[in-house]
Design a protein around this ligand. Structure first.
Ligand SMILES: [Zn+2]
Length: 372
C-alpha cells in the first residue's frame, strides 16, 4: 500500500467508528508471565557470539517479573483515584505458560513441552508471587487478559534448535528463547510472533488458544474477553477460534499484521474502534504510546499527554500501549526506577489536566463499545 493511501486511511480512522464524550483511559500492558532474558550472564555470552544485544531494549531489560517488580508498580498505581474512586488499572496481558526446557531437551528438540507460568518463577525473588497478582486484582490496579499460551513460535524455534543454530542454543542452555531476530548475526524470522507461518494450521492454533485459555481460567477463575496476539500477528483463523472460546475482542494497533506463509509476507489489515469481523470479533485500537525503555532521550510523558489530548478531542478513549519491559528491574534496576518515575508523572498530570477522566480496563471498554 502506498504512503498517501495509508495516510488517507489513518485520517478516515480518526472520524470513523465508535465515539464517546467520556474521557476514558486504559493502560494495556503486554508480556506478563513470559520469560525473557534469564540473566546478565547470558547477555554477555550472546554478545561474545555476535548478537548485538545493545540494539534491543527488550533483551537488555525484560525478564520474568519478580515480587519487587509487581510491588513497585502497584505502589505507584494505588496512590491515585479518578472522579469515581477507581484506580488507574493496568490490563495485564498475560502469557500463560513457558517452555519446559528440560523435557524439550530430553526429546532432542523434537517435541515442544510447556509448563504454566506460575511454575516458572524462581525461588527467593518470586516466592508466592501469585499472591501479589491476586492482591493487584483485588486492589483494582491490575486486571489480567489473554496474551497467549506461550510467546514462542514453536515451529521456528524447534527447527533452529534441531539444526543446532549457535545463538539459539546458547539461549536454550540459559533457559531463554526470546533472542530478537533483528540483532542476530544471521537473519531469521521472529521467535516471538507465535502465529507467523502457522496462520493456517487449524489444529495447532486451536490447541494453543484453548489450552492457554484453560490455564487462564484455572489461575484467575474467570474467562478473559479480550486477546492481544503476540507481536500483532494474527489472521482470520485465530479470530474464529478465539471467538468460539469466548474471546469477544482483539486488542491491537490500527494495523493487524497477517501471518506469513512459508516466509511469504501477507500484508496488513487496517482496523478501527467499533469495527466487527465476519466472525463477530471487535477491535480495541491503541492510540497512545508510552514505552520509556525503548528510547532514553525522548520526553515520554509529554508525548503521551499530547496523544491523549488528540484522542479526547476526537471523542476517543485513550488506550495506552505500555509493555512490561518498562517496569522490570532485575537485570537493570535503573530501568524500573525510571519507568515508574515517568509513569507516576504521567498519571499525576493526566488527573490534573482532565479531572473528569475515568480509568478503565480493556475488557470493560470492549464491553461498552460492542455490547451496547
Ligand atoms: Zn508480547
Amino acid at each position: 500500500m502506498n504512503k498517501i493511501l495509508n495516510r488517507g486511511i489513518e485520517v478516515i480512522n480518526q472520524y470513523r467508528g465508535w465515539k464517546t464524550n467520556e474521557k476514558i483511559v486504559v493502560f494495556e500492558s503486554d508480556d506478563w508471565g513470559a520469560i525473557r532474558t534469564s540473566s546478565n550472564e547470558v547477555l554477555e555470552e550472546l554478545k561474545k557470539n555476535g548478537v548485538a544485544i545493545d540494539r534491543c531494549h527488550y533483551m537488555l531489560n525484560d525478564a520474568l517479573e519478580t515480587n519487587q517488580d509487581l510491588e513497585s508498580l502497584f505502589n505507584v498505581l494505588v496512590k491515585y483515584k479518578d472522579v469515581e474512586g477507581n484506580r488507574p488499572q493496568f490490563t495485564f496481558n498475560t502469557i500463560m505458560a513457558n517452555p519446559d526446557f528440560q523435557k524439550i531437551k530430553e526429546s532432542d528438540f523434537s517435541t515442544y513441552y510447556y509448563k504454566p507460568f506460575t511454575d516458572t518463577y524462581r525461588p527467593f525473588s518470586s516466592e508466592n508471587i501469585i499472591n501479589y497478582w491476586y492482591k493487584g486484582i483485588s486492589e483494582g490496579v491490575m486486571y489480567p487478559q489473554f496474551h497467549g499460551r506461550e510467546h514462542v513460535n514453536i515451529k521456528r524455534w524447534l527447527t533452529d534448535l534441531k539444526n543446532k543454530r549457535k545463538d539459539t542454543l546458547i539461549g536454550f542452555n540459559h533457559e531463554m528463547f526470546a533472542i530478537s531476530g533483528h540483532i542476530v548475526p544471521e537473519k531469521r524470522g521472529s521467535y516471538l510472533a507465535v502465529f507467523d507461518e502457522i496462520g493456517h494450521d487449524a489444529k495447532l492454533i486451536e490447541q494453543i488458544i484453548s489450552e492457554g485459555l484453560q490455564i487462564f481460567e484455572d489461575t484467575f477463575e474467570f474467562s478473559p474477553k479480550t486477546f492481544i496476539a503476540p507481536n500483532y500477528v494474527w489472521g482470520t483463523m485465530v479470530e474464529e477460534v478465539s471467538k468460539r472460546y469466548g474471546i469477544q475482542s482483539m486488542q491491537g494497533g490500527s494495523s493487524q499484521i497477517l501471518p506469513s506463509i512459508q516466509e511469504k509476507k501477507q500484508g496488513v489489515v487496517k482496523n478501527y474502534l467499533g469495527k466487527k469481523s465476519k466472525s463477530g470479533i471487535g477491535y480495541l485500537i491503541r492510540n497512545v504510546l508510552f514505552e520509556p525503555s525503548s528510547d532514553l532521550n525522548k520526553d515520554w510523558v509529554n508525548s503521551a499527554l499530547k496523544q491523549i489530548e488528540v484522542s479526547f478531542s476526537n471523542n476517543r478513549p485513550a488506550i495506552i500501549d505500555t509493555h512490561r519491559v518498562n517496569y522490570i528491574g532485575s537485570l537493570n534496576p535503573k530501568n524500573r526506577e525510571r519507568g515508574l518515575e515517568l509513569l507516576n508523572d504521567l498519571i499525576r498530570r493526566i488527573l490534573t489536566k482532565w479531572p473528569d477522566v475515568k480509568f478503565s480496563n480493556s475488557e470493560k471498554l470492549a464491553g461498552k463499545i460492542y455490547n451496547s
